[in-house]
Design a protein around this ligand. Structure first.
Ligand SMILES: *[C@@H]1O[C@H](CO)[C@@H](O)[C@H](O)[C@H]1NC(C)=O
Ligand SMILES: *[C@@H]1O[C@H](CO)[C@@H](O)[C@H](O)[C@H]1NC(C)=O
Ligand SMILES: *[C@@H]1O[C@H](CO)[C@@H](O)[C@H](O)[C@H]1NC(C)=O
Length: 551
């Protein structure tokens, strides 16, 4: 009996351990915006609960006027996404350009906050609007549009925000003091108990005021007990650009206190450009993760991440070494967005380009990681349609295994005027089914005069979940292909001019799904010795003479 129990235990244990789980797309991507003349871009998305989320974006109304639009949505069922109510206009001041909105949802209080940037010279600043969430209709404005910055500094932009634990939120942005060309990072805490939010305390300078540098692109995350972290770019006159952070104790809302000095997040020996940080809270304690774009000497851009531990009292400390999140297969990363999933998995999405593309366009890629050094599964396309350029991805975790990713797609140019639309793709974390072999690969015969040119059929492998498969090829003994063979994994094509020898090669093709599970299939290449041209020529000559002789 004991033996049976042990066996059963191990059996169950193996079932649990062997079932990989990973995000699977639910149906196709869908368009969010209804108004579709002009550019619809820079989406922001935030979840209310397991089923509902809000998306806002910049909507071009004319060549000189942009507005902020929004839409409440419900999780798609069977590939069908339900909009809740109508597309709504966020900004009350509609003159000139209002753009780059960021959004934070507060489910417990049935509200969400949107802040955005107004470029109108007579209305310049960071503005915001609170909305009351409504279950089945268009959300309702709560109070009036308010200005978040003090108006003391010039050129305010690159705003973002986070909700704090109490019924408050903090906005951050970059702006320049009127007597300086160096931009700083500022913050302001707001009370959202009042109908229109009211400022608590003063605008605060986040970065070190004595560091003679320019600062930009802030990102903010609330940890716990109103402790928050702001990460930003810092450029100190030299060419290299770094990522810095500052921890702040906001628990005394009217007088937030910096904890320690600003600290460098990008590694000190990295002389390259480090850009666009994104900070998120991890777990239930004070841990946080900063990811950013790092550019190397070849001007390739990759996604980096660094995990931090923080005790709430002294400067945060690095938990491990910074690590490269994106693979070497993608370059030119433009924008990152990060979300924490269940069970200590971090979901990264980024706009970049990949090798093997004939025309260079951006796509949205994604990979999961533990945030420290381990990647889970494969890097894959978030957008299933790769025919048009995608930009500005943003991801939000809804809870209960549901993820929503949004971006904007640039449409083909019409009358030299390109337009773009807001698209979304929903993902659900599910058990994985391994890819399978459906058809065999065919044996190839070639020689130095008949080149290798073999494209295996697209239905050679099949994925029961409909996952994108990534192909790799190597020799039978796991060593890499000989130099003369080129394998284009996007086209599934083997090409090359073999050496003039008689031998047989066994090639293994591996198909890997988004979860990282794979299956292999093999085929032989028979190499034959080809006769020399001289031999071929002399036999032809002989034949010609013979024919001549006959007649
Ligand atoms: C919109 O702007 C008008 C004119 O400036 C102002 O009177 C009104 O209170 C504003 N409404 C909101 C909701 O902000
Ligand atoms: C927020 O406003 C409400 C209503 O005026 C007030 O009772 C409350 O004390 C304020 N909260 C903070 C943290 O200032
Ligand atoms: C290939 O090798 C064979 C024998 O080793 C030789 O006879 C032949 O001329 C070579 N062919 C070419 C095209 O070099």
């Amino acid at each position: 009996m004991a033996f049976l129990k042990t066996t059963l235990f191990f059996f169950l244990f193996f079932i649990v351990v062997l079932t990989e789980q990973c995000p699977k797309p639910q149906g196709s991507s869908f368009q969010i915006n209804v108004h579709s003349t002009g550019n619809q871009d820079h989406p922001s998305v935030s979840a209310f609960n397991d089923y509902e989320f809000v998306c806002t974006w910049t909507s071009e109304k004319s060549s000189s006027s942009d507005d902020i639009s929004g839409q409440e949505l419900r999780w798609p069922h069977g590939g069908y996404v339900a909009t809740i109510g109508e597309e709504f206009l966020v900004n009350n001041h509609t003159n000139d350009v209002q753009n780059k909105a960021r959004l934070a949802t507060h489910f417990d209080h049935d509200m969400f906050v949107i802040i955005f940037h107004s470029e109108d010279p007579s209305y310049e600043g960071i503005y915001g609007q609170v909305y009351t969430y409504t279950e089945d209709s268009t959300p309702i404005k709560r109070g009036k549009e308010f200005q978040a910055d003090s108006g003391m500094n010039v050129d305010p932009k690159k705003d973002t925000l986070t909700l704090l634990d109490s019924k408050t939120f903090v906005a951050v942005w970059q702006a320049k003091p009127s007597d300086s060309s160096n931009a700083n990072i500022y913050s302001q805490i707001f009370n959202i108990t009042t109908t229109t939010p009211t400022k608590i305390g003063e605008e605060m300078l986040i970065n070190d005021e004595n560091d003679q540098a320019t600062h930009g692109d802030p990102s903010i995350a609330n940890l716990v007990n109103d402790m928050f972290i702001v990460a930003y770019e810092l450029q100190d006159g030299e060419e290299n650009q770094k990522i810095f952070g500052q921890a702040i104790d906001g628990s005394t809302l009217s007088d937030p206190q910096k904890i320690g000095a600003q600290f460098e997040i990008s590694s000190k020996d990295n002389e390259n450009k480090n850009l666009k940080p994104e900070v998120i809270h991890i777990g239930s304690e004070y841990q946080f993760l900063v990811s950013w774009i790092s550019q190397n000497e070849n001007e390739d851009q990759m996604v980096m991440a660094q995990l931090y531990e923080f005790d709430g009292a002294s400067q945060p400390t690095k938990l491990s070494e910074a690590f490269q999140v994106s693979t070497d297969a993608v370059t030119s990363v433009k924008k990152i967005s990060v979300a924490e999933l269940d069970s200590d998995q971090i979901f990264f999405v980024y706009q970049s380009i990949t090798d093997g593309w004939s025309d260079i366009q951006g796509s949205i890629f994604s990979i999961r990681s533990d945030g420290e050094s381990v990647r889970f599964g494969q890097e894959f396309y978030v957008n299933t349609d790769t025919s048009q350029q995608k930009e500005h991805p943003m991801v939000s975790y809804l809870g209960s295994s549901r993820i929503i990713a949004v971006w904007n797609t640039i449409n083909e140019e019409t009358d030299s005027q390109s337009t773009s639309d807001i698209e979304a793709q929903s993902y659900i974390i599910q058990n994985n089914n391994k890819p399978q072999i459906k058809n065999s690969l065919s044996e190839q015969t070639c020689s130095s005069s008949t080149e290798l040119n073999y494209q295996f059929a697209s239905d050679t492998f099949e994925d029961p979940d409909g996952d994108q498969l990534r192909y790799t090829a190597f020799l039978d003994d796991d060593s890499s292909l000989p130099d003369w063979i080129t394998f284009d994994r996007n086209e599934r094509l083997f090409t090359g001019t073999p050496p003039n020898e008689s031998t047989q090669l066994k090639i293994t093709v591996m198909a890997t799904d988004v979860c990282g599970e794979s299956v292999t299939n093999s085929f032989n290449i028979n190499l034959e010795v080809s006769p020399s041209y001289r031999v071929a020529f002399s036999s032809l000559l002989f034949l010609a003479l013979y024919l001549l002789f006959l007649f």
